[in-house]
Design a protein around this ligand. Structure first.
Ligand code: NAD
Length: 498
């Protein structure tokens, strides 16, 4: 569905955002940071400041964790029966859908993503995640194992893990907060969310909607602020029972260190450098479209971006030319204009980082066959870029760029062992894409590629029922599906001597 934001609605939203700094949401109240500090929020399509948000720090995290603890231990949430909890979640999903245009506009202004993509996230990702997970309420239960001990009746209880801290990235702001809140609430836990400092707007609106539909005070708390202050305090906090972190692999490692103080549970959704394998028997036109969307969608700022292309030499030139044609034809510009396919990168720093990666690739001997340049205008725009003559030892092939940059590698034979070892030659293991009509090759590669997901003849798709996460340095645990909710439960064994 094409979404058009009216000039009036845009002007109203800008005025509201500029009117006063956004506040923290703690224990059902909207409050300033204890320090009184705020930070600037910029529109990456213009580089201009569009809002200010409260800069929460350790003291604010303390207050939010205490509220989440009260709501879990003594508030109405812990004792609420499944139908009531489910009904509240379904009301929240309906509220998200009813506010999809506004939420989409906030993510578009904040992150730069095209408003259509943001709208898709609001309806198909955020609201659906909440509905799907609401359906699990009351369905995760214990067992009555048969044991070898004589005269024992035993059973297990599944209990919510408690207070959860969620530290989130900026690349899909609303989808991130909604999917985390969905599983946490389904399990009966409470949550303190620390959105990315680059994109706090939709998280604040999300919290308001949760309040409006009647989610009890303290169940959802949102503390905006920086990673080294608010994020670090949340990861270290001894009152937090579990941290769910989504972000870069290097920050993920510091989260693990910070969480060690009380050995809180940790799940991590981290970076990727996902391979795309195109076999000569594939539907090449479909593969070109899929590979192109897989690296250029959201300006390549998605953790599952297919950033390493391995195409068989019989089809390599055709594939690269096809993707280059698409790259050249993509309209890059403000996400507010529905005619644009791709928005800006998130920040000036990110644009400079992507530019430096392209420079390093060229210095190492790569050839630019599409794009390669910053687009000279206000905002942080970058051309969709393809590099060929790339080698496995180059930084552009080894490191996550998190931008619209594809490294294309020619595979000289159809030896699956060589393909598998090229695909697995990475410290990441998030996703992989295989294009072939040969069932045997498809299933063999699906088994042998070391990644949390493998998509055959398809692109990046998100479904709340499909477990999502990474192997190796792409993370710990799986969000989504039954496994996603299991992350928020503990198992207790009870045995009774008869
Ligand atoms: P980031 O690691 O810089 O920041 C993520 C979050 O962590 C932010 O909220 C930030 O404030 C916070 N943070 C930073 N330093 C911290 C610290 N020392 N202690 C606690 N919190 C801290 O990542 P980013 O740049 O926001 O996001 C991009 C990265 O996220 C990419 O690597 C991408 O692949 C990854 N990502 C992964 C997934 C996934 O599901 N696997 C999804 C989206 C993004």
């Amino acid at each position: 569905m094409a979404v058009e934001i009216s000039a009036r609605f845009l002007a109203q939203t800008r005025t509201t955002l500029a009117a006063a700094p956004l506040r923290l949401f703690i224990d059902g109240k909207w409050v300033d940071a204890f320090s009184g500090k705020t930070f600037e929020v910029r529109d990456p399509a213009t580089g201009l400041v569009i809002a200010h948000a409260a800069a929460g720090e350790a003291g604010d995290i303390d207050a939010a964790v205490a509220a989440a603890r009260r709501a879990f231990d003594v508030g109405p949430w812990g004792s609420m029966l499944p139908p009531a909890r489910r009904a509240l979640m379904l009301r929240l999903a309906d509220a998200l859908e009813a506010s999809a245009e506004e939420l989409a506009l906030l993510d578009c202004l904040d992150n730069g993503m095209p408003v259509n993509i943001a709208h898709f996230f609001a309806v198909n990702v955020a609201a659906e995640a909440i509905r799907y997970n609401a359906g699990w309420i009351g369905k995760i239960n214990g067992e009555t194992p048969v044991v070898s001990m004589p005269n024992q009746h035993v059973y297990t209880l599944r209990e919510p893990v408690g207070v959860v801290g969620a530290i989130l990235p900026w690349n899909g702001p609303l989808g991130m907060i909604a999917t985390r809140v969905a599983t946490v609430l389904s399990a009966g836990c409470t949550i303190v969310v620390k959105p990315a400092e680059l994109t706090p707007l939709s998280a604040i609106r999300f919290a308001k909607l949760a309040q409006e539909v009647g989610i009890p005070d303290g169940v959802i708390n949102v503390v905006t602020g920086f990673g080294h202050t608010a994020g670090q305090a949340l990861a270290e906090h001894r009152g937090v029972d579990k941290i769910t972190f989504t972000g870069s692999t290097s920050t993920g490692k510091s989260i693990v260190r910070a969480a060690a103080g009380n050995l809180k549970r940790v799940s991590l959704e981290l970076g990727g450098k996902s391979p795309v394998i195109i076999m000569p028997d594939a539907d090449i036109e479909a593969a070109i479209v899929g590979a192109s969307n897989g690296i250029f969608w959201n300006s390549g700022q998605i953790c599952v971006a297919g950033s390493r292309l391995y195409a068989h030499e019989a089809v390599f030139d055709q594939v690269v030319e096809g993707i280059a044609r698409r790259a050249d034809s993509l309209a890059v510009g403000s996400g507010l204009d529905p005619a644009n396919d791709i928005g800006p990168l998130i920040s000036e720093a990110q644009r400079e980082r992507v530019k430096a990666y392209i420079g390093s690739g060229v210095a190492d001997g790569a050839t630019i066959v599409a794009g390669g340049n910053v687009i000279a205008r206000d905002g942080y725009f970058m051309q969709p870029t393809i590099l060929t003559n790339t080698r496995p030892d180059m930084r552009v092939v080894r490191e996550e760029i998190f931008g619209p940059v594809l490294c294309a590698m020619r595979m000289s034979n159809a030896d699956l062992d060589a393909l598998v070892s090229a695909a697995n030659d990475t410290e990441y293991g998030l996703s992989a894409y295989v294009w072939t009509r040969d069932l045997s090759i498809a299933h063999t590669l699906a088994r042998r590629i070391k990644s949390g997901s493998v998509r055959i003849n398809g692109g990046v798709d998100l479904d709340p029922a499909l477990p999502f996460g990474g192997l190796k340095q792409s993370g710990w645990g799986r969000e989504n599906g039954r496994e996603g909710i299991e992350l928020y439960y503990e198992t207790k064994s009870v045995s009774i001597k008869l």
